[in-house]
Design a protein around this ligand. Structure first.
Ligand SMILES: Nc1ncnc2c1ncn2[C@@H]1O[C@H](COP(=O)(O)OP(=O)(O)OP(=O)(O)O)[C@@H](O)[C@H]1O
Ligand SMILES: [Mg+2]
Length: 260
């Protein structure tokens, strides 16, 4: 089982869209995937058709752990749109504060995920900030995948994220950068092409996914309709791009899995 956080401090870059559609793409290839929503906005939870008002969400599990009670992450697990999900609820925002005073607070999610069995991949959708929830996700992860928009100083953001990763490594030595994924990409825009080149020259090429995710309104519509892009519109550019991303993701992961 490999745990992958999908993270970027910047909002609206396609973290949640990548989480649901990569999960659906992997499921379509016969992989067992668990999605974990650690964003108090609960967008991923809503993206699979649930409201952000689920009773037994990740907040209750984290809350009990913070109170020193023994809990099981699977108590909160639901199945929606054919995907396994640990949902978030809007009260998750309180967890940031509650966890702040708990001993070992950075490792709570990691401990909750450790006994899980039967999944090939766990994908964690992070909020756009470096609070206790994102730290918990990164400390629990083997890899981080960073969606990036090829606009508005993404390099600065990427550099700053990698600096934070150095700090995370003190808590979790195994974490590695799986790669940057350019999202909302438009090859016709000079700025997009230029930033893609800049990112490829700043970071080694194997750290930038060759697949780019084009701007495609069907992706936003699928999310609004509470389902993944393959179910919503299998022939859309969004579905094609996330199929390619899934293929590239598996190509990157397979040698790693085989080596162990
Ligand atoms: N490739 C795309 N083409 C068009 N719209 C997209 C694309 N990717 C994402 N969107 C839309 O852009 C908005 C932001 O995307 P998303 O929610 O995935 O970003 P996020 O990084 O998770 O945001 P946040 O930081 O708020 O959690 C959503 O409405 C989503 O449907
Ligand atoms: Mg999101």
């Amino acid at each position: 089982m490999k745990i992958i956080s999908i993270a970027n401090f910047k909002g609206g870059v396609g973290k949640t869209t990548t989480a649901i559609n990569l999960a659906a793409g992997l499921k379509n290839r016969g992989k067992k995937v668990l999605l974990v929503d650690v964003d108090p906005q609960a967008n991923l939870t809503q993206s699979v058709g649930l409201t952000g008002e689920v009773d037994n969400a990740i907040y209750s599990v984290l809350h009990k752990e913070a109170m020193g009670e023994k809990t099981d992450l699977t108590d909160a697990r639901v199945r929606a749109s054919g995907l396994d999900l640990i949902p978030a609820s809007l009260d998750l925002a309180s967890a940031e504060l509650e966890l702040a005073s708990v001993y070992g607070r950075e490792h709570i999610l990691s401990q909750l995920l450790a006994p899980l069995k039967g999944y090939d991949f766990v994908l964690i959708d992070c909020p756009p900030s470096m609070g206790m929830l994102t730290i918990n996700a990164l400390v629990a992860s083997d890899y981080v995948l960073i969606p990036l928009q090829a606009e508005f100083l993404p390099l600065k953001g990427a550099r700053s994220f990698l600096k934070h990763m150095d700090l995370i490594r003190k808590l979790n030595k195994k974490i590695q950068l799986l790669g940057f994924v350019l999202t909302k990409y438009d090859d016709r825009k000079k700025m997009n092409r230029q930033i893609k080149r800049e990112i490829e020259s700043e970071f080694s090429r194997d750290k930038v996914f060759r697949t780019t995710i084009r701007i495609n309104i069907a992706l936003a519509n699928a999310q609004e309709n509470g389902t993944d892009i393959f179910t919503y519109e299998a022939t859309s550019n969004g579905a094609l791009d996330y199929t390619d991303l899934t293929t590239e993701f598996l190509a990157r992961m397979n040698p790693i899995i085989k080596r162990r």
